[in-house]
Write a protein that binds this ligand. Structure first.
Ligand code: NAD
Length: 351
């Protein structure tokens, strides 16, 4: 065994029903007095519930998926003109992503309160989209100083998005097993994440108000994101990153559809990862474990349902090839990627 592993410095507070108190304590400990509360319009009621009483300088709801640069510039201007000293996010990955764009240029610390299972709050990765090109980077300034997890805040997440977002978290686990910095520590996190998500998500489909199930999935989403932050982006994330930037596809649903195709593509070339995933699912094979889970969840199946044009597949494959990590288990060719993308576009069973 030989590896180098970085653990990211971040406090996690996990307490269902207590986001307001936990957030207030965190702001107090930071000594902050001018908070910029960032929450998209759909997240505003949640933000109002938990930020009352904080020293708020400004509330900002100009949030957009994939953080377009012009949206980032507007948020940076507001943060500067209001002289804010902490960024409080209440929302999904788009909201957290916007705060990261502000932190990247200002160094203002973030306290994140996630309301989906995207996991951005646990990573030091930022993303910005200019035109149809999404750029990502790593910077310690964008890692939230603290995260407050309150599963009650995810109760309002519609079930379709709950499923897609949960499968996005699952993709963090699976991709981290063959990503460039895969190591035994993040592999252990990935196993824990797969188990939590695979047992929690079906409970939410049966009863979206099952708070214990929501906690299980939120915990799974956090450890998944820690594994992903440590291991880096593998083939799955490179494909979804290109698709999201080029065609403005919804993030979580894109991950949910593409994941089984990448697992089938790489699995037989990565026997250790395959065995770990199968064991975490409690299934005879990794592919079968994911197939059963997706069936139980009524998972999204076809990218054509989310706006991907068939005539864009070749361009997406060509743009992905140069990004594929050198150590990807299966050999990747442009033709192989077109075939994979076509199956994901059409909603076919993974080959
Ligand atoms: P999102 O943040 O766009 O949220 C989807 C929709 O759900 C939005 O309309 C949002 O307002 C709404 N919503 C969120 N929480 C809700 C709740 N509890 N109740 C009701 N509605 C709610 O989507 P996402 O999947 O959370 O995040 C996707 C973005 O996150 C992408 O841009 C992706 O690139 C980024 N991301 C970044 C990282 C990273 O490490 N940098 C990791 C994962 C995702």
């Amino acid at each position: 065994m030989r590896f180098i592993h970085d653990s990211l410095p971040q406090r996690v507070r996990f307490a269902s029903g207590e986001a307001r108190e936990q957030l207030a304590q965190e702001i107090d400990e930071l000594g902050a007095s001018r908070a910029m509360v960032i929450a998209a319009p759909a997240e505003r009621p949640l933000a109002e519930r938990i930020t009352a009483g904080l020293p708020i300088a400004v509330e900002h709801d100009d949030v957009a998926p994939h953080v377009p640069v012009e949206v980032a510039e507007r948020a940076r201007a507001v943060a500067a003109s209001e002289n804010v000293d902490v960024l409080v996010t209440v929302g999904g990955g788009s909201t957290t992503g916007l705060a990261k764009a502000v932190a990247l240029t200002s160094g203002v610390p973030i306290v994140a309160v996630p309301t989906t299972y995207a996991g951005s709050e646990a990573t030091n990765v930022w993303g910005l989209t200019e035109g149809s090109v999404k750029t990502t980077g790593v910077d310690p300034r964008v890692l939230p100083r603290a995260v407050v997890y309150d599963a009650e805040l995810t109760l309002s997440l519609p079930i379709e998005l709950t499923v897609a977002s949960g499968l996005n978290a699952l993709a963090h686990c699976i991709d981290s097993l063959w990503a460039p910095r895969a190591d035994p520590i993040n592999a252990a996190m990935a196993s824990e994440g797969i188990q939590s998500l695979a047992s929690g998500l079906p409970r939410l489909v049966n009863d979206p108000s099952d708070l214990d199930g929501r906690e299980l999935v939120l915990h799974g989403a956090y450890v998944s994101a820690v594994a992903f932050a440590s291991a880096g982006s593998g083939l799955h994330h490179k494909i979804c990153h290109v698709l999201g930037g080029m065609f403005d596809l919804p993030h979580a649903q894109t991950h949910a559809v593409v994941l089984p195709h990448v697992l089938a593509f790489n699995g037989s070339f990565a026997p250790n990862a395959e065995a770990r995933i199968a064991a975490a699912f409690g299934a005879p094979t990794a592919n079968e474990g994911l197939r059963r889970l997706r069936e139980a969840l009524g998972s999204p199946r076809a990218l054509k349902d989310y706006g991907l044009p068939e005539d864009g597949l070749a361009a997406a494959a060509a743009a992905t090839v140069p990004l594929v990590p050198a150590g990807n288990p299966a050999p990747v060719t442009e033709d192989g990627l077109v075939e994979l993308l076509h199956a994901a576009w059409a909603g076919e069973e993974p080959k």
